[in-house]
Design a protein around this ligand. Structure first.
Ligand SMILES: *[C@@H]1O[C@H](CO)[C@@H](O)[C@H](O)[C@H]1NC(C)=O
Length: 392
């Protein structure tokens, strides 16, 4: 608790202050001055705090913590360098800013900015803000304006995704319980198998790993949406779906630009896309986005504390950028976008080609063994034993 106060609280205060400033006009210099302070606090917290308490079983917590710290640092940078003030665009939700609009002001009052900042902190896609241009936000399957209905729906989704998440982890562990269920970890490659079986094994584990990541992000998002719609009285429309059926992607651009979650889009475009585009042209910008994404994910993996080959992780993301460049070249050459069934085959073959080595790094770093849910809760195993008992 005391380490939270001394190390994490300063980060939150700086981040909050930055969030207030980015909504006010003429604060560029203040923000630029605050940035190094924020980055230093982030760095200090990242190297001192060990949420796992040295317990390898809890190492997943470190990935969550470092991911959050990196996210603060990146957003701090984006907010500090923003040229135009951020404004809530959703008038029905932000009462104060609509009032400011009526009075013809182009900057919000301090009180409104103070209130809006906590939304800015959790709203990674800028839903209801005027900096969310270019985002493709999925439309909900069940549209509801009722908070009660939304929360109940989210609770069902939360339960299902927690269950599915746990089930995929248990399935992965079943491939090699001695390695994947213990904190030593192990490779997904098994040289004792024939080549065909080995490939099948790697592809299956990687396939499950992608689902695991998908379910994990989904349940985290459902949980947040329940908290914010109940405690902070947000509107259900502020929590649209996180993913847009990524399994239907018919090109890499479709996957990364539209269907996969877009929570990192704004920071990656600002930190990677813009500078790389400036230096190397438009296609360079595409690569830049993915290089920064690779650095982020590498930091997350290494924070688990058992190494990991940075080249493989950063390589996976960079090659996805390269894949998108290839799609652009294809379009230029043949005048037709990548898509359709062959686009789907291309997308998932390219992902598997570069993704399998990355999943191997995850496996070797013991990411499948760490307690995945709080309190060592294993709902899918509990359900299984319940069903077994019932059948006997
Ligand atoms: C958001 O809206 C404000 C007020 O209309 C405007 O001054 C600002 O430039 C906009 N910011 C962005 C990032 O578009």
């Amino acid at each position: 608790m005391s380490s939270f106060l001394t190390f994490v609280l300063p980060v939150l205060i700086c981040q909050y202050l930055m969030g207030v400033l980015v909504q006010l006009k003429g604060t560029f210099l203040h923000r630029v001055a605050l940035l190094p302070v924020l980055l230093w606090f982030v760095w200090r917290a990242s190297i001192t705090i060990d949420p796992s308490g040295g317990d390898p079983n809890q190492a997943q917590l470190n990935a969550v913590f470092i991911g959050q710290m990196c996210s603060f640092a990146m957003r701090g940078f984006v907010w500090a360098t923003a040229q135009e003030p951020y404004r809530r665009a959703d008038e029905s939700i932000s009462h104060e800013s609509s009032q400011a609009d009526r009075e013809g002001k182009d900057s919000v009052g301090i009180a409104a900015a103070l209130w809006n900042t906590w939304d800015l902190l959790v709203n990674l896609r800028g839903i209801g803000w005027n900096w969310s241009r270019g985002f493709s936000i999925p439309t909900p399957f069940f549209k509801t304006r009722s908070r009660v209905a939304f929360v109940m729906l989210s609770a069902v989704r939360l339960a299902l995704h927690v269950l599915a998440y746990d089930a995929t982890i248990q399935a992965i562990r079943a491939f090699s319980p001695e390695e994947f269920a213990s904190t030593t970890g192990g490779s997904i490659f098994d040289p004792s198998l024939s080549l065909a079986l080995q490939v099948l094994r790697c592809i299956t584990i990687s396939f499950l790993t992608v689902w695991m990541a998908y379910f994990a992000m989904e349940w985290g998002y459902q949980l947040q949406s329940i908290i914010f719609v109940t405690l902070f009285q947000q509107h259900p429309s502020q929590w649209p779906p996180l993913f847009n059926s990524p399994w239907l992607s018919t090109s890499l651009s479709d996957l990364w630009g539209r269907r996969w979650h877009q929570m990192l889009r704004h920071v990656l475009l600002t930190l990677g896309g813009r500078p790389f585009a400036y230096l190397f042209g438009r296609l360079g910008g595409v690569i830049g986005v993915f290089v920064i994404s690779g650095l982020f994910h590498d930091g997350e993996l290494r924070s688990v504390g058992r190494g990991g080959n940075s080249l493989v992780v950063i390589g996976f993301f960079t090659m996805n950028g390269v894949g998108i460049v290839l799609e652009r070249v294809w379009k230029k050459m043949y005048g037709k976008s990548v898509g359709g069934i062959w686009g789907w085959v291309w997308t998932f073959s390219w992902l598997a080609l570069w993704g399998v080595p990355m999943v191997d790094e995850w496996a070797k770093a013991g990411r499948f063994s760490a307690a995945s849910l709080p309190g060592d809760f294993e709902p899918s195993l509990a359900l299984l034993s319940f069903v077994q008992r019932y059948l006997q």
